[in-house]
Design a protein around this ligand. Structure first.
Ligand code: ADE
Length: 302
């Protein structure tokens, strides 16, 4: 075999070419591995708790240890420890758009392990009374769909992420549901004074209907019960659920009944918001106290 006798200049050029190729290959491998490295959970678990307005969050703000405040885009986020867990507590404002905006901001800025909505609702299930709690096993938007002469045909929204139709009923993940049910067996809620005497609040798993309407109408209430099987109605839960589903974050909605969505709803909401908000917050605090570190690839429900 004839080995060419290369000049020092040619050998130096070949070495430089070899080193450049090596650097390129290392760079390409590093870029290829980057998503796998980024997918490793690095931050400590963080739970975000949302309520539509301050009354729904009073107990949680009071219980925050080492509270700090951050303002993003004009929205106030209170951080601290609740039952030993890092949390952010935040007021979303009333209605689906506000709830969706603040949920998105929370996810983008804080990358929470889960988001829990805590608040009041109108009772649709005739067995529910002020102070009772509904753990949302399903949420649905009752005002998204087609309005025909025969009435409203509700449908799932279409995801801007997958461009597929979302299910009408969105479900939280089983881990958070199980924690909420266990919390429901543990907590001790105070009896509630009603015109018919004192009663002990009930806690049920149920269907929560969400829409941009405060329902104070027996007709609408009957429709929500008939078409969706709704147990409670409120104005944010399904919006939070939709954003969390699309952005792959676990979520849960806890609601306590402040009124029965009927002729008296506006008066009842004034009378029972405090007790309902307190009951919902008590359940949420117990859940937060029993949250373990989420699995690395947390499933975000359906
Ligand atoms: N939140 C509390 N009560 C409600 C009602 N009756 N309708 C909608 N949202 C509510």
């Amino acid at each position: 075999m004839i080995t060419p006798c290369l000049s020092p200049k040619v050998r130096a050029m070949r070495r430089a070419t070899f080193l450049t190729r090596l650097a390129l290959a290392v760079g390409i491998i590093a870029i290829a591995l980057r998503p796998a490295i980024a997918a490793e959970p690095t931050a400590a678990p963080l739970t975000c708790i949302l309520g539509a307005f301050d009354d729904e969050l009073t107990l949680l703000y009071q219980a925050l240890a080492g509270p700090k405040e951050e303002v993003l885009r004009g929205i106030h986020f209170a951080s601290g420890k609740l039952k030993g867990r890092s949390v952010i507590v935040c007021r979303s404002g009333i209605g689906k758009v506000n709830a969706a905006m603040v949920t998105t901001l929370l996810i983008e800025h804080y990358q929470p392990s889960e988001i829990i909505f805590c608040g009041i609702a109108g009772g649709i299930n005739p067995d529910l009374h002020p102070g009772d709690i509904v753990i949302a096993a399903k949420t649905a938007q009752h005002d998204f769909g087609t309005l025909r002469a025969e009435g409203m045909e509700v449908r799932g929204t279409k995801s801007p992420v997958t461009w597929q139709r979302n299910p009408l009923f969105v479900e939280p993940d089983a881990r958070l549901m199980a924690l909420a049910e266990a919390a429901g067996h543990r907590i001790k809620l105070a009896d509630i004074k009603t015109s018919e005497g004192e009663r002990h609040p009930r806690i049920i798993k149920g269907i929560v209907a969400t829409g941009d309407i405060f329902v104070a109408s027996p007709a609408k209430k009957a429709e929500l019960r008939k078409t969706l099987g709704a147990d409670a109605v409120e104005m944010e839960g399904a919006a939070v659920a939709q954003v969390c589903r699309d952005l792959r974050v676990s979520w849960l909605v806890i609601r306590s009944i402040s009124d029965r969505a009927d002729h008296n709803a506006l008066q009842d909401v004034d009378s029972f918001t405090a007790v309902a908000a307190q009951n919902a917050a008590q359940l949420v605090m117990d859940i937060v106290g029993h949250l373990a570190a989420p699995p690395a690839t947390g499933k975000a429900g359906t």
